[in-house]
Write a protein that binds this ligand. Structure first.
Ligand code: GUN
Length: 279
């Protein structure tokens, strides 16, 4: 039977370590505060934002919440970010994506001071990751590295295939796996002979957003399978990009959905918040 990689448990370990670090900082007179901005009332975003604020509470750091109307202009949003950039008592700034169509996401991400870019989305953060310099790392890929390491799964020298090339997951994931000395392939919607490519993977990371697309014919026997997808199946039940029931018997380790990668994103965001305070 495959090892079930328990993201809930591993994220709790990390949050408990961060709780201690937050207390140590507090004893030295350093308060940490994350500002969270949501524009509009997308229900999924509201859930994510609520969980991020709950995470701050759990580890004992402050959070400021800005719930702006969907009619907020880009100028108004940029003015708020400018103010938060200048505030000495704010360490991290997070703008929940997606933004309404009339606001340009790239412009907004670029407006965040890279020293407070706890999402790791600013081009300076991405560039630093690319050339191996210090900077904030996108939370979901950073969380996957922690899942692998804390489950005792070796990365160095392994064939890693990442399915998906988004700026938030696929691309930074490939850079992080490279940093860990894996041999990295990024596959995507135009990849030819996809099963042949994914079938080479010792570690397969699926981030395509297609419910249960990855069946056992994509997976090498004994591979480690990481499922980043959060989708709804035909019965409106939460499911990943991986057909868990089909793949679990042939792999050596697998993340469930929910309870795999998902909880790690918030743990790594909180980690970045602590780092932003100079830990
Ligand atoms: N929307 C979906 N995932 C994320 C994330 O990690 N950060 C932000 N800011 N928005 C998101």
């Amino acid at each position: 039977m495959a090892l079930l990689i328990d993201g809930k448990e591993i994220s709790k370990q990390i949050k408990d370590e961060l709780k201690q670090k937050a207390a140590d900082l507090k004893s030295k007179g350093v308060e940490v505060t994350l500002a969270v901005i949501q524009v509009g009332d997308d229900p999924a975003s509201s859930v994510y934002v609520r969980n991020k604020k709950k995470g701050c509470e759990y580890i004992g750091i402050g959070s400021l919440s800005y719930e702006l109307s969907g009619e907020t202009t880009q100028e108004e949003l940029l003015a708020l970010i400018g103010e938060l950039n200048r505030r000495k008592d704010v360490n991290g700034i997070l703008v929940q994506l997606p933004l309404p169509g009339h606001i340009d996401e790239d412009t907004v991400i670029r407006a965040i001071d890279p020293a407070k870019d706890v999402d790791g989305f600013h081009p300076q953060s991405v560039g630093a990751l690319c050339i191996g310099q210090p900077g904030f790392v996108s939370c979901t890929p950073a969380g996957i590295i922690q899942l692998l390491k804390r489950s005792g799964i070796e990365i160095e020298g392994k064939e890693c295939v990442i399915l998906g090339r988004s700026n938030i997951v696929g691309k930074p994931m490939s850079l992080l796996m490279l940093r860990e000395n894996a041999t990295v392939t990024i596959a995507h919607s135009r990849t030819k002979n996809l099963r042949e490519v994914t079938g080479r993977a010792d570690i397969l990371i699926a981030a395509v957003g297609k419910p249960k697309m990855i069946t056992r014919d994509y997976v090498k026997e004994g591979a480690v399978v990481i499922d980043v997808g959060i989708n709804r199946d035909e019965n409106n039940k939460l499911c990943g990009d991986v057909d868990f029931e089909d793949v679990e018997p042939v792999c050596s380790a697998i993340t469930p959905v929910p309870g795999g990668v998902g909880p790690m994103t918030i743990a790594m965001l909180l980690n970045n918040c602590i780092e932003s305070a100079g830990f």
